[in-house]
Design a protein around this ligand. Structure first.
Ligand SMILES: Cc1cc2nc3c(=O)[nH]c(=O)nc-3n(C[C@H](O)[C@H](O)[C@H](O)COP(=O)(O)OP(=O)(O)OC[C@H]3O[C@@H](n4cnc5c(N)ncnc54)[C@H](O)[C@@H]3O)c2cc1C
Length: 179
């Protein structure tokens, strides 16, 4: 939760930030015009609790977070009711280092040497495999992940991830390699 509150102290313009506070409750009024107006928000951190007011309120929560925060009465509006419709899917992320370049599919020789990086410098998606989203970090973020004499660092997001969760690492690795 971030609060921007400008107070002209004469010589300074001050700002207050509430970092790492949880937003707990939205306070609002609902006049007869079919709209709702937020009048404040209860925020808390450990044992501290306070109600803040602002000119504008922006929620940048994840989906489970915003579901908990929105007043249930707001579900009478489609805009808010739709937030309860997406279904979350578990994901598993794997990172595997190779002794070659896994996204270099056009030139076999280039894919099998370790003198020069080769392959696709991009975030890649496929509908045809469980690793629906993947990237070679040695190419996409070379400053952090390219290592001389080594090959691709494949980061793959496996969805749905639940079938993978009970598997031993070796089995996950072999399934990713077969994809
Ligand atoms: C496995 C995985 C891998 C990914 N890999 C990449 C990648 O490689 N590159 C990339 O660009 N993107 C990646 N993404 C996507 C990226 O992580 C998201 O798009 C991004 O984090 C979304 O940011 P956000 O700020 O909207 O939401 P979030 O990062 O979800 O932040 C929402 C925050 O709101 C907080 N919150 C919830 N309720 C409250 C409350 N009541 N009060 C206060 N705070 C609250 C939560 O604790 C959370 O910290 C990946 C996502 C996943 C799941």
């Amino acid at each position: 939760m971030l609060r921007w509150n400008y107070v002209n102290t004469g010589t300074f313009l001050s700002r207050w930030f509430h970092l790492r506070w949880g937003s707990r409750q939205i306070h609002y009024e609902k006049p007869q015009n079919g709209e709702a107006y937020i009048t404040g928000m209860t925020i808390s951190k450990a044992t501290s609790r306070e109600i803040i007011t602002a000119d504008a309120y922006v929620a940048a929560c994840d989906v489970p977070g915003i579901k908990r925060l929105l007043p249930s009465e707001w579900r009478e509006w489609d805009l808010f009711d739709n937030i309860y419709k997406p279904v979350g899917v578990p994901v598993v992320t794997v990172q595997l280092r190779y002794n070659g370049w896994v996204t270099e599919l056009r030139d076999f020789q280039k894919s099998r040497q370790l003198k020069k990086a080769a392959g696709l410098d991009n975030l890649l998606y496929t509908p045809d495999a469980d690793l629906s989203c993947f990237a070679d970090l040695a190419l996409a973020s070379p400053e952090d992940y390219y290592i001389e004499g080594q090959g691709s660092l494949l980061q793959a997001v496996l969805t749905p991830g639940d079938p993978y969760m009970p598997l031993p690492n070796e089995e996950i690795i072999s399934k990713v390699n077969l994809s």
